[in-house]
Design a protein around this ligand. Structure first.
Ligand SMILES: [Zn+2]
Ligand SMILES: [Zn+2]
Length: 250
């Protein structure tokens, strides 16, 4: 991600109200990466990266849900080719070891699958890209807060952050702000988060009370989508589908 584009994206995310601007940025980026790896599958660099790293379960599901199956099939074929080769190498070592393992397979030096080979199962191109974006967004947020009064105001009037990004921002601020600035930042953050947790808790309680027969025909106010928003507040960019929740008796 180019730095100036990333900076503009951070401004935009803070201008658009959400339960966590840093989660909104990651959700947009995630969509962009899923699209990229479906559209650019024939680019040699993309293919090499896909073969080498692959995807985690969550991102393979997102790719699959796009229903654009030809580019996904080409990628899976590349991944499968590499994984079959790796598997054959692992089994060659295993069989040599097994021949020489002695009674109860306990002979010293018995090679099972080595850790590095097994860990490949959990690597993911899209997670790696998002990790980089996450660091950049945190750093830009703190730098903007430090340098721009307009941004400070925007930050203060936001709906705050999810629980994960609250901690992330404090950690980044500790590294990048000194003395009084860090103290100011933590106290601003504490004020916002206290206010916003109170606000979202009230919305959730209003939603729960809406199911009380005494409140029949009462307006929903802002509580109708309180459940998915609370999930996002607690869990970070948890994938919660945008649904219109059912109300009592609907
Ligand atoms: Zn977040
Ligand atoms: Zn992933």
């Amino acid at each position: 991600m180019k730095e100036n584009i990333a900076t503009l994206a951070v401004w935009d995310a803070f201008r658009n109200p959400s339960e966590c601007p840093l989660c909104s940025l990651l959700e947009k980026a995630e969509e962009k990466y899923v699209e990229f790896y479906l559209v650019n599958i024939m680019q040699p660099e993309a293919r090499i990266a896909i073969e080498k790293t692959g995807y985690c379960k969550h991102h393979i599901r997102l790719l699959y849900q796009r229903r654009d199956l030809l580019p996904l099939a080409i990628q899976l074929n590349d991944i499968l080719t590499i994984r079959i080769k790796e598997r054959e190498k692992m089994f060659r070592n295993l069989i040599i070891s097994a021949e020489d393992a002695g009674e109860n397979n306990k002979k010293k030096g018995f090679i099972f699958f080595n850790k590095q080979e097994m860990q490949k199962e959990s690597t993911c191109l899209i997670c790696d890209a998002l990790d980089k974006d996450r660091d950049i967004n945190r750093r830009i947020t703190i730098e903007l807060w430090k340098k721009h009064d307009d941004f400070k105001e925007l930050f203060k009037s936001s709906r705050g952050f999810c629980m994960k990004h609250e901690v992330d921002l404090i950690k980044t601020a500790k590294k990048r702000l000194s003395g009084k600035l860090f103290k100011d930042f933590t106290s601003v953050m504490d004020d916002i988060q206290k206010k916003e947790y109170k606000r979202i808790k009230e919305e959730l309680e209003y939603f729960i009370d809406q199911y009380d027969y005494q409140n029949a025909n009462r307006p929903w106010k802002t509580s109708r989508d309180a459940v998915p928003r609370v999930i996002r507040k607690i869990m970070g960019n948890a994938i919660v589908p945008e649904i219109k929740p059912k109300g009592p008796g609907e």
